[in-house]
Design a protein around this ligand. Structure first.
Ligand code: 5AD
Ligand code: SF4
Length: 440
């Protein structure tokens, strides 16, 4: 038997891409590829790319430039671009960087095996369709190996919301939900391979409406309750949600489903109604705050996280202040904030832009406030007892690292612990980015 070919995948952007990269590696596994951690000995390099902000998209071209030497030394090396830059730029990528052999969009990667075969014949391969068929159903590869205790599972893709700043509806296409049975069988398979925590993924995951075995459309809450019945699965999370799709059943599940973890990522983007309207968000700051109130009634200790954009076109100091006020009122355990980045083809790209300096200054102020909140919430865990799922050995001798129910990183020094254990831990210390504790 000949040596296996080596595949190097580099993943940019969101968790959905992390999941997609795993599935791409599995699909190419059927073609005799095994994964390698470095591009240097690879027979194929795949960049799984992100188009959400300008910087992310530009990184791809600088990274590709760096492979010139490798390709010169090994002409058989195939280089591919996958993900949202592939979808958005298609053929243009091969024009701009001729060493690229293969371009595949996020809805088309079930074609990878035949595309790889084409590149082996010295031809270029490009597929960026939004096909009618379900790529997940078409994905075939080698049997899947044992894996760590946590996993992502994509259940929904695409977005019909068309926020004025966002490329997702164009790069990932219309909303699509995977059928319930395929999600459940993938979850059972993951659990058999050692997984104890599953994070359900979707660009708009709480808009999930997959076809159920009973012929009904199932909501995300119903799917979560079905996963709750899977023996061996201990924890369920989901991300990313839109405020307008937080239905009553999903809010209630946060209070009643023990396996559903007390953490919710619920982006609001801005605290100014004027800006929210221009962003086409279809909710107000007030409606968001009332929603948070209801979620906290259902699950008082829930940790909230959010996304914010500063310097959206026409944002005034007063608008920005409204965002600061909203953040102060919510009190986030985590939050991600970004300077508005112009994305070609989106409605906001055409509007009056805010000065770069002003954006930077607002970002600094917002991140300062968020960091303080984050830190205070983390510090308040000291003295509490929390569940921790241990994922890997820590840096110190006899130390294990894991995540708490609230998604804080936790370190425990105890030689008896092993990867995959879910234990109660008493938190004793709060560091810069993690907690330390001892087994309860
Ligand atoms: N500029 C800056 N941030 C953006 N996001 C999406 N599009 C843009 C853009 N054009 C942010 C939003 C979203 C997160 C994934 O990325 O906050 O929730
Ligand atoms: Fe983009 Fe999210 Fe808005 Fe959809 S809901 S357009 S993915 S920001």
């Amino acid at each position: 038997m000949s040596d296996p070919k080596k595949l190097y995948i580099k993943t940019y952007g969101c968790q959905m891409n992390v999941y997609d990269s795993e599935r791409m590696a599995e699909a190419l596994g059927g073609q005799g590829y095994v994964e390698t951690q470095t591009p240097d000995d690879a027979d194929m390099i795949l960049l799984n790319t992100c188009h959400i902000r300008e910087k992310a998209a530009e990184k791809v071209y600088s990274e590709l430039g760096r492979f010139k030497g490798l390709k010169a030394a090994k002409p058989d090396l195939k280089i591919g671009v996958a993900g949202c830059v592939a979808q958005a730029e298609g053929q243009e990528i091969m024009r701009r960087q001729p060493l690229v052999d293969l371009v595949v969009g996020p809805s088309s990667y079930h074609h990878l095996p035949e595309m790889e075969a084409k590149t082996r014949k010295g031809e270029k391969a490009l597929v960026t369709d939004f096909p009618e068929e379900d790529k997940f159903a078409k994905l075939k590869g080698r049997p899947k190996a044992a894996r760590g205790p946590t996993a992502f599972l994509s259940v929904q893709e695409g977005c019909d919301k068309f926020c004025a700043f966002c490329v997702v509806p164009y790069t990932r296409g219309a909303e699509y939900s995977r059928p319930v049975e395929t999600v459940l069988s993938e979850a059972r398979d993951l659990v058999e391979r050692g997984v104890r925590e599953i994070t359900l993924l979707g660009q708009n995951v709480n808009a999930y409406h997959g076809a159920g075995p009973d012929g009904d459309e199932w909501s995300l809450a119903r799917l979560i309750w079905a996963l709750d019945d899977v023996d061996g699965l201990e924890r369920i999370r989901f991300t990313t949600s839109h405020p307008n799709d937080m239905d009553d059943d999903l809010i209630e599940a946060h209070g009643t489903c023990d396996k559903l973890m007390p953490y919710l990522h619920l982006p609001v983007q801005s605290g100014s109604d004027r800006i929210l309207k221009r962003m086409n968000r279809s909710h107000t700051a007030e409606s968001y705050l009332r929603l948070i109130e209801r979620i906290r009634e259902a699950r008082p200790d829930i940790l909230l996280s959010g996304d914010f954009i500063v310097g959206f076109p026409e944002e005034t100091e007063e608008d920005f202040q409204a965002t600061m006020d909203l953040v102060a009122e919510v009190n986030y355990g985590y939050a991600y904030s970004f300077k508005y980045s112009t994305r070609p083809g989106t409605p906001a790209a055409e509007r009056a832009q805010v000065d770069e300096d002003v954006k930077s200054e607002r970002l600094y102020r917002l991140q300062d406030l968020i960091t303080q909140q984050q830190r205070a919430i983390q510090d308040a865990m000291v003295g509490r007892e929390v569940g921790v799922l241990f994922e890997k050995p820590g840096r110190l001798d006899g130390q294990m690292a894991g995540k708490s129910d609230h998604l804080h990183a936790v370190h425990v020094r105890d030689a008896s612990l092993s990867v995959g254990e879910l234990r109660r831990v008493r938190i004793t210390e709060s560091g810069t980015n993690s907690l330390a504790g001892e087994l309860a």
